[in-house]
Design a protein around this ligand. Structure first.
Ligand SMILES: [Zn+2]
Length: 167
């Protein structure tokens, strides 16, 4: 995330003039603020939360994708998903957590959950690498997941062109 909210504002529901200015000027979004406050509120239970760095938050269609530094996803998710469930309830949104720099396959697998990844193919085009993500067409029919969302998320995480192939 681009900017940090001060300790005092993380703990309260109010914003000091400096942090208010940050929010007003778009240095931090309401969503970033909510997630930062949530992480702060879990610190006693989850001391690892203190070191979590969120690289990017992407929100669309009620799904929030949290992109963390490598190694931080588990700290946000918590044992058996307890922290992420709580955050999801608090924001009233579905949440996905992806790690920056994780290998491509596990990033994609995380992004398409609960769908299974049939496979990936990397295609080299004159415009650069393109990743073909192969998923099961029949699974997709029973899932609320939106392919456009997955594509958008994966593009911003992997910085590569993505094509989703239904098989
Ligand atoms: Zn402040």
């Amino acid at each position: 995330m681009s900017a940090d909210i001060c300790e005092v504002c993380l703990k309260s529901d109010m914003l000091c003039p400096a942090c208010q200015k940050l929010v007003d000027e778009g240095g931090i979004s309401q969503l970033e603020l909510s997630v930062s406050r949530f992480l702060h509120s879990t610190r006693e239970e989850n001391p690892a939360a203190k070191d979590i760095k969120i690289v990017e938050l992407i929100e669309s269609d009620g799904i929030v994708t949290i992109i963390t530094r490598k190694g931080d996803a588990g700290k946000i998710i918590g044992k058996s998903g307890k922290f992420i469930r709580r955050l999801s309830e608090k924001l009233n949104k579905r949440i996905k957590v992806l790690e920056q720099g994780a290998d491509i396959k596990s990033t994609i697998q995380g992004a398409i959950l609960p769908l299974a990844l049939l496979g990936i193919n990397i295609v080299y085009t004159p415009a650069g690498e393109k990743i073909k993500v192969r998923i099961s067409a029949s699974q997709l029919r029973h899932s609320p997941i939106r392919l456009e969302e997955i594509k958008k998320t994966l593009k911003s995480v992997l910085k590569k062109d993505i094509e989703i192939v239904k098989e």
